[in-house]
Design a protein around this ligand. Structure first.
Ligand code: NAD
Length: 350
């Protein structure tokens, strides 16, 4: 019997990882440790909340005494660490919160794991989930590989880069059984609607302006969130100690082309005339320090562990749009209150 603490399991990617592990491995005990910030939502896990191998605990990874006690009491065999402050725009307004959660929180977890495992790491594992944003920005043709030098430009990516360095330092210094993956942009169900794709779907549906940074020229590599969760499963079970894997969709899109595609999908689904939704596109002042292009080379993951994306972007996007159209209650619950204030501060004056 394996006991795994998954941090950030009430968030977007974390909820997909928790669901996958709870359903695929009934012999494991899954503990979802989450602070339930604005981005954490237990409604994301309604379908598995009563499974016998699942438990939720509300806690803050920055709270050292709490984390030490939790690890002492639970004695987990493994940690899959996703809890983070994850939105670049919020990191620009409040960098310190990102340092606390993403850096201090990660070091608290590393220490707690090291302490209870007492330097005996056989059958133990600390899996840190990270982003391709740590690598910085690319020119026209190159791609990020696992050995690309770190060059973060936003407070978010700087905090994630720092947490990655701490994870490697705990492997190199103490021999902790660590593994890291750096993934490209995810999309799919349960994605908080401050991020590009769910925000655009939400606004197009409501016939509100769809904000696009700068000229919409920035390029991102998109991966369906359930393919990311499957990659995490494969890496968790098969990666050698101390290794890193890049995860990506080989699927680059200019922001403006992606938004145009979403507009045309929604025109059809909502019975609007072709081109009607695209009239909502509103260019807003570019994000400071905005990286132009990210692209992941996931060859190592494919060659060594046999993982590849399971669906095309067009299929995944269609599924995602359908999910948002079918889950209006989820969307209206998360777009009420505090989020509305933040959203109007971010976009109203642009
Ligand atoms: P998210 O913002 O949707 O979820 C983060 C979760 O962490 C939330 O449930 C939140 O309540 C929880 N959390 C935040 N601070 C906490 C704290 N102090 N203690 C305990 N829990 C806390 O984020 P996401 O998009 O699901 O990203 C998950 C992880 O994957 C992050 O580490 C992120 O850096 C990484 N990642 C995200 C993407 C992406 O496209 N979203 C891509 C690559 C990597």
């Amino acid at each position: 019997m394996k006991k795994i603490i998954i941090t950030g399991g009430a968030g977007f990617i974390g909820s997909h990882v928790v669901r996958r592990f709870v359903k695929t491995y009934p012999q494991y005990q899954i503990i979802n440790l989450d602070k339930l910030t604005y981005a954490g939502n237990l409604a994301n896990l309604k379908d598995i909340e009563n499974e016998p191998n699942y438990r939720f605990v509300k806690g803050d990874i920055v709270d050292l005494a709490y984390i030490n006690n939790l690890f002492e009491v639970e004695q987990p065999d493994a940690v899959i660490h996703l809890a983070a402050e994850s939105h670049v725009d919020r990191s620009i307004s409040n960098p310190l919160e990102f340092v606390m959660t993403n850096v201090v929180g990660t070091v608290n977890l590393l220490n707690a794991a090291k302490t209870i495992w007492k330097d005996n790491y056989a059958d133990k594992r600390f899996y840190h989930v990270s982003t391709d944003e740590v690598y910085g920005t690319l020119g026209d043709t190159d791609m990020f590989v696992e050995t690309t030098a770190y060059d973060p430009h936003s407070p978010y990516s700087a905090s994630k880069a720092s947490s990655d360095h701490f994870v490697r330092a705990y492997h190199d210094t103490y021999g902790l059984n660590t593994v890291i993956s750096n993934c490209s942009n995810n999309y799919g169900s349960f994605h908080f609607p401050e991020k590009l794709i769910p925000l655009a779907i939400h606004n197009i549906k409501q016939q509100k302006p769809v904000p696009v940074y700068g000229k919409g020229e920035n390029i991102r590599d998109w991966l369906w969130v359930e393919d990311h969760a499957r990659a995490i499963d494969v890496i968790f079970h098969q990666a050698a100690i101390g290794t890193t894997y890049n995860i990506g969709g080989h699927n680059e899109w200019k922001n403006i082309d992606l938004i145009q595609l979403l507009c045309s999908i929604l025109d059809k689904k909502l019975g609007r005339e072709a081109g009607e939704s695209a009239k909502l596109i509103t260019y807003v002042t570019d994000r400071a320090g905005h990286d132009l292009r990210y692209a992941i080379d996931a060859t190592k993951l494919k060659n060594e562990l046999g993982w590849e994306p399971s669906i095309t972007f067009e299929e995944g996007l269609e599924k995602t749009v359908d999910w948002y159209l079918a889950n209006e209650q989820w969307l209206s619950d998360v777009t009420s209150g505090h989020y509305q204030e933040y959203y109007s501060e971010q976009y109203n004056n642009r």
